[in-house]
Design a protein around this ligand. Structure first.
Ligand SMILES: Cc1ncc(C[n+]2csc(CCOP(=O)(O)OP(=O)(O)O)c2C)c(N)n1
Length: 278
């Protein structure tokens, strides 16, 4: 069922707040992977506030759904989403990237409540997701594993080994999402290592592909709803997004892959986010 107008308002407000917190984190931490954190806001919002079966009061529940941020450098988007969902106070985000803080440039599952997998070295998340999917299947459990990857990350051969395994083992309980923002660290994916025809590549590895606008709450919601129904074919949500989404001077700018900014620039960015969609 499509989102009601009220639901849409609610999730849009969460997405807006999350974007503003990403900018705050960039300031507090002295720098952040801001572009690829802003691009995944709608995906994190719909996962953490609707689709994932999780309980911040019982973060280790064996039957919970699992989420792996394989593009671990987007911790500045992911960790604030966990805070907003209630795993720990948002106030704690002020320590981001400081000495002895649990929150660093990449997520550490041993230090962050609600974080299912450490990440940062690209290319590993989908293999972990396959392991979790196999475990759920063997244990006859219903929980899902969602793995969010970067498109540039898909240059890693290990992604394709994992993709092949997920189809071979008929892991309908594994949902892959690729943040197709079309940029990587130092250029566009098509300049650095061409991915197209990207959807066909996933299909040829045995995945069902849902090609969507990944910054559209309705489209993300619909795709997740469909993916959740899969039984023996893994689903890949090809989420077409904008790197730096919501801040005009960051959108599609390779220099905002990782950046620091002073408080004046951060205020300007937050003002734009606040006005966005009005
Ligand atoms: C194995 C590995 N090699 C290199 C890096 C450095 N690195 C960090 S982010 C990044 C670009 C990744 O591009 P993409 O997955 O498209 O990320 P996004 O544009 O969504 O931020 C690279 C190469 C890394 N983290 N891990």
């Amino acid at each position: 069922m499509a989102l009601t107008a009220e639901e849409k308002r609610k999730y849009a407000q969460i997405a807006k707040e999350l974007r503003m917190t990403i900018i705050d984190v960039m300031l507090w931490s002295g720098g952040a992977h801001v572009g690829g954190s802003l691009s995944i806001v709608e995906i994190l919002t719909m996962l953490y506030f609707k689709h994932l079966n999780i309980d911040p009061k019982d973060p280790d529940n064996e039957d919970r759904d699992r989420f792996i941020l394989s593009k671990g450098h987007a911790a500045a988007g992911y960790i604030p989403a966990l805070a907003k969902r209630g795993y720990f106070p948002e106030e704690e985000l002020k320590s981001f990237n400081h000495f002895r803080s649990p929150f660093a440039m990449h997520p550490d599952s041993k230090k962050i409540i609600g974080c299912d997998a450490s990440a940062g070295s690209l290319g590993h998340g989908l293999s972990m997701a396959v392991g979790l999917g196999l475990a759920a299947k063997q244990l006859k459990k219903d929980w899902k594993t969602v793995c969010l990857m970067g498109d540039g990350e898909c240059c890693e051969g290990s992604i394709w080994e994992a993709a092949m395994s997920a189809a071979h083992f008929k892991l309908g309980n594994v949902i892959g999402i690729v943040d197709r923002n079309k940029f990587m660290i130092d250029g566009t994916t098509e300049q650095v290592m061409a991915l197209e025809p990207f959807a066909d590549k996933w299909r040829s590895f045995g995945w069902k592909v849902l090609d969507i606008d990944g910054n559209d709450l309705d489209a993300v919601d619909e795709a997740l709803t469909e993916a959740w129904k899969a039984t023996d074919v893994p689903t890949l949500i090809l989420a077409n997004t904008i790197k730096g989404k919501g801040v005009s001077f960051m959108e599609n700018k390779v220099m905002y892959h990782y950046a620091s900014a002073d408080s004046a620039i951060c205020e300007q960015a937050k003002e734009e986010i606040m006005k966005g969609g009005e």
